[in-house]
Ligand binder design. Structure first.
Ligand code: NAD
Length: 307
């Protein structure tokens, strides 16, 4: 399959590398010239539980240099860069191009649907993790899954093609009519852990150093559950609470991406996570006071970020 990845950082490079290894023709599209140059020169250094190797069958270009429209475009920029990326990579959006977002947060489909008809936009959620320790280097350990569905809820041929391509790369993908539940449940997990770690600079495990930390994470999960239910989304609160408790106990040293962004002086994805939950809460006339307070506090931290 002809596949382009828009935003080839940690996740985009992982997916691009695995899809290229599976025999697909993959183009990584990014504005990080050092990363693209190093991949062109030496290949992508990919480390997973299957071992460390170099993937050399990858093409790469900047968004404005893209010329050919792929069959599948996977968007993996941070959420606040989606629209700029899609605008400058207009040549990637052909008449038959299907676009998939596996980004965290809410509003991804709406942002993409400003550029591509909704019938060709797929919403998704992934639990695969990835890190990018340096240019042309990506690592991912442990297992994960992908759930996706077309934004209009229809199981179009391009949805099956995307699922098959992702499974051929070992990415454990299913077409799931309940994808919105999976997306909201991950948003709740991130709203609780990411924003608290970003503000306090605690690792995930350090949030349970005092009882108030865990209590606050569970309060946020409960708020997001209320907003999800008010928005008509089936939301399994007990499942999210289990996941949060598991992370507090077992991913003790983990620094969530929002904390990594703060430490690196970058803006966070707070608007697509807590911000979108608060917006949905207002629209449905329910309140989410802890989620909203964290939103305002992370906005203050973000205002100091240089990029
Ligand atoms: P990242 O910062 O490593 O990668 C984002 C890439 O987008 C960067 O390489 C950046 O240069 C590129 N970019 C920025 N502006 C661009 C533009 N205008 N045009 C083209 N490229 C542009 O981020 P990531 O960790 O790979 O996360 C990507 C998305 O996936 C986020 O929404 C994140 O929340 C989500 N996610 C991440 C993980 C993870 O473990 N890293 C897991 C699941 C979901």
């Amino acid at each position: 399959m002809d596949i382009a990845i828009l935003g080839a950082g940690a996740m985009g490079s992982l997916f691009g590398g695995l899809l290229a290894e599976a025999g697909h023709r993959v183009t990584l599209v990014d504005i990080d010239d050092a990363h693209l140059d190093a991949i062109r020169r030496d290949g992508l250094h990919l480390t997973t539980d299957a071992g460390a190797r170099v993937v050399s069958a990858l093409h790469g270009c900047r968004p404005e240099q893209a010329t050919a429209a792929p069959e599948l475009l996977i968007v993996f920029t941070k959420t606040m860069h989606t629209e700029t990326a899609l605008t400058s990579a207009r040549a990637l959006l052909g008449e038959h191009t299907a676009v998939l977002s596996l980004q965290n947060g809410l509003g991804n489909v709406e942002r993409i649907a400003r550029h591509v008809p909704r019938e060709r936009v797929m919403a998704g959620m992934t639990t695969w993790p990835a890190d990018k320790p340096g240019a042309a280097q990506v690592s991912s350990h442990g297992s994960g899954e992908i759930r996706l569905m077309n934004a209009d809820g229809e199981l179009h041929a391009h949805v099956r093609r995307a699922v098959d391509a992702l499974n051929s790369a070992g990415l454990n993908c299913v077409a799931d009519p309940n994808v919105w539940s999976a997306i909201w449940e991950k948003v709740a997990f991130n709203a609780a852990l990411n924003s608290l770690c970003a503000l306090t600079q605690c690792t995930v495990g350090e949030l349970s150093n005092v009882p108030d930390g865990e209590a606050l994470t569970l309060k946020i999960v409960a708020e997001v559950a209320t907003v999800a239910h008010a928005s008509g989304i089936a939301f399994d609160e007990a499942h999210v609470v289990d996941n949060v408790r598991f992370a507090l106990a077992n991913h003790r040293a983990h620094r969530p991406s929002m904390l990594q962004d703060v430490l690196a002086g970058r803006k966070t994805e707070i608007e697509a996570i807590n911000g979108a939950v608060v917006e949905a809460a207002r629209a449905e006339g329910v309140s989410a006071p802890c989620t909203e307070t964290l939103l305002h506090l992370v906005r203050l931290v973000d205002a100091r970020a240089s990029r």
